[in-house]
Each structure stands twice: as structure tokens, then as C-alpha cells.
Design a protein around this ligand. Structure first.
Ligand SMILES: NC(=O)c1ccc[n+]([C@@H]2O[C@H](COP(=O)([O-])OP(=O)(O)OC[C@H]3O[C@@H](n4cnc5c(N)ncnc54)[C@H](OP(=O)(O)O)[C@@H]3O)[C@@H](O)[C@H]2O)c1
Length: 322
């Protein structure tokens, strides 16, 4: 099969297209013939050897894909060959990949392979942060950083569907319209404006109840400034570098809460996964949540796709097509 591999960690060009055997089935796993493969910002970190999961060289990037089950391994109970599925796993930049049964999501008919590949990581991350880590109530105000990105556009829609007011931040005026198109009430260009001051102005000095921050160093500190009393900041990435150490005394005056999030904590819990998946598919069926595929690339153009993602010009989800 065709797959992307890298023999050394480094920039996008370490990734090459190769011909390797299909992955061998293991117990509790299914093998999927991928039709669309999701690209995630963390794939950059994996390729550079700085992600939570370290590559074992030569390795293949990728954490999600959608396609058709080719074969099921021993002990698989609920899945059969021929089923349309999406999955969270490893080494998905390939024509075939393996997924554990409990991280394989059967796709309803109304969800295409492209939507299926765009769904698992970014959408479930947004849903779990908004509804499990935070338990958002109608009327609360949510700040979504990188609002036109993959997680950003789905987080806006999920928060709006829950009755929140959403303020987005983006790094260029070109991205403002798309964040508004998917429901953001206000969008701040944080390259040209001080987002904390602007948030305080837009909320009449109250601040935001929830701040979804995957940028880190450039935004975290200011997030404390524009949090509402009893506000909650969820740190779930570090696209701009890890934040400075937090002095816990900063939390007292406004009774703030800071938490971290990584999807694997939730995706390894079967009941939680089913709850999040059902809720998101229901929102999609009701037309309240759309997967926004910003751009697709042929599998062999994985280096171009990574360069594009790092350029900060991408909007929505990026996919590879094998
Ligand atoms: N914890 C988890 O389980 C989890 C799961 C999924 C994603 N994430 C995190 O969520 C964030 C978004 O992921 P995504 O896959 O949806 O990517 P994305 O938002 O589509 O793309 C990354 C965006 O980050 C922003 N950014 C800010 N500083 C940047 C920098 N120094 N270099 C490059 N980009 C920068 C850019 O938007 P602007 O320029 O408009 O800000 C860029 O478009 C990432 O940090 C990712 O690691 C975490």
C-alpha cells in the first residue's frame, strides 16, 4: 500500500511517499481502507518528535481517518467488514490503517467519508471541552482562539448550539468572515488588536466564562485578564509555545479555574465516546454543526499540506486523500 513515512524527525520534507505492506491485524482491532485522512496540528509535533506520542522511526504520521472496514481482528464484536467508519488511531497517513474497536465510529449514512475524517479529533475535542470539562450553560460567553481553524470552527458551532455568545480571535482579517459565517458573534484580529482589552469592551467589563486556548504563550496570560468571575480557561494546545509558569495566586481574585485537556483521556472511555459521538451526529443531523473542509491534498502531498497548516492561512479541516 501507499503510505507516508519519515526516517528522521524534522520539517515537512522528511515525509516521503513509500510502498509498504498493509498493517497486520491484531486482536480487538479492525483494518480500514481509508477514503479520507484527517490532518491535525499535532501531526507537526509528531513529525518533529515533540508530541506526547514519540515516533518510532521509520514512522507514519496521522491520528484519524474514515473509510470502509476491510477485515476485523480476533475479539472484535460489534464491527464487520464493509462497514463505513471513522477512527482515531495511529499511522493513518496511509491507504490502510488499524483502529481499536472502541475507537472506531460507525458513520451514519448522512455523513460522507470526508466529513467522517474531519470529525473525530477536532469535533470531539471541542464537544468534550464545552460539555464535559466545562458544562456550558445558555447565556455564557465563550472565547474561541484560532476561531477559523479546525477545532475553532466546530467549537463556535457547538457553543452556539448550546446557547452561548461566542467571541473568536483570528490572526488575519481574511479569516473574520468565515468565523462569523459559522456563528461567531464577534471576531477579533489579535494581530492588530489587544484581544483582552477588546473582550472586556465587548462584554462591558464582565469578561468571558470560558476560554478555549490552544495557543499558549502568546495568549494565556491575557486570558487571565479577560476572564469573568468564576471563569474557566481550558489549555488544550501550544501552537505558539508553552505558556509561562502560572502563579496560582493569580486565580484567587476572580475565583478562576484553569484546566488542561487532551482527547485521549476521553476517547479511551467507551461510554464518553459514545455520548460525544451521538451528540455531535445529532447536531449534524439537525443542521447545527457542519464539518468545514478547507482544503484537500493527495496523500503524496503531505509535506505541502503541513507547510500550509503551519503558514496560519488554513481554515477549517485539512484532509489527505489516498
Ligand atoms: N488537546 C487535544 O486533544 C487537541 C485536539 C485537537 C487539537 N488540539 C490543538 O488545537 C489547536 C488547533 O488544532 P487544529 O488541528 O484545529 O489546527 P488549526 O486550528 O486548523 O490550525 C492551527 C492554527 O493555530 C493558529 N496558530 C497560532 N499560533 C500559531 C503558530 N505559532 N504557528 C502556527 N499556527 C498558529 C493559527 O490560526 P490563527 O493564526 O488564526 O490563530 C493556525 O491556523 C492546536 O494547537 C492543536 O494542537 C488539541
Amino acid at each position: 500500500m501507499k503510505a507516508i513515512q519519515f526516517n528522521e524527525v524534522g520539517g515537512p520534507d522528511v515525509m516521503k511517499i513509500v510502498d509498504i505492506p498493509k498493517p497486520e491485524l491484531r486482536p480487538r482491532m479492525v483494518r480500514v481502507r481509508n477514503h479520507a485522512i484527517g490532518i491535525n496540528f499535532a501531526d507537526n509535533f509528531f513529525r518533529q518528535g515533540t508530541y506526547l506520542v514519540r515516533p518510532k522511526l521509520p514512522d507514519t504520521p496521522g491520528m484519524e481517518a474514515a473509510g470502509v472496514i476491510d477485515e476485523v481482528g480476533p475479539e472484535v464484536k460489534s464491527l464487520k467488514p464493509g462497514m463505513r467508519v471513522a477512527g482515531i488511531g495511529l499511522k493513518t497517513y496511509a491507504e490502510y490503517s488499524l483502529f481499536y474497536e472502541n475507537q472506531t465510529i460507525p458513520l451514519p449514512d448522512f455523513v460522507s467519508f470526508e466529513e467522517g475524517a474531519a470529525f473525530p479529533i477536532q469535533t470531539l475535542t471541542a464537544w468534550f471541552m464545552i460539555h464535559v470539562s466545562h458544562r456550558l450553560s445558555p447565556g455564557q460567553t465563550v472565547l474561541v482562539h484560532s476561531a477559523a481553524g479546525g477545532v475553532g470552527l466546530v467549537a463556535i458551532q457547538i457553543a452556539k448550539a448550546a446557547g452561548a455568545r461566542v467571541i473568536g480571535t483570528v490572526s488575519s482579517d481574511a479569516k473574520i468572515a468565515i468565523a462569523k459565517q459559522y456563528g461567531a458573534d464577534e471576531v477579533i484580529n489579535y494581530e492588530t488588536q489587544d484581544f483582552a482589552k477588546e473582550v472586556m469592551r465587548l462584554t462591558d467589563g464582565k469578561g468571558v466564562d470560558l476560554n478555549l486556548d490552544a495557543i499558549g504563550k502568546p495568549t494565556f496570560e491575557k486570558g487571565l485578564e479577560c476572564a469573568a468571575s468564576f471563569g474557566h480557561i481550558i489549555l488544550y494546545g501550544r501552537a505558539g509555545g508553552p505558556p509561562d509558569k502560572l502563579d496560582l495566586n493569580r486565580l484567587f481574585p476572580k475565583a478562576l479555574k484553569v484546566s488542561g485537556f487532551v482527547l485521549f483521556t476521553a476517547s479511551s472511555q467507551h461510554d464518553l465516546m459514545r455520548q460525544g459521538t451521538e451528540a455531535c451526529f445529532n447536531l449534524m443531523k439537525e443542521g447545527k454543526l457542519k464539518m468545514v473542509v478547507g482544503k484537500t491534498f493527495p496523500l503524496e502531498q503531505a509535506p505541502e499540506a503541513h507547510r500550509f497548516m503551519q503558514s496560519r492561512q488554513s481554515v477549517g479541516k485539512l484532509l489527505l486523500l489516498p
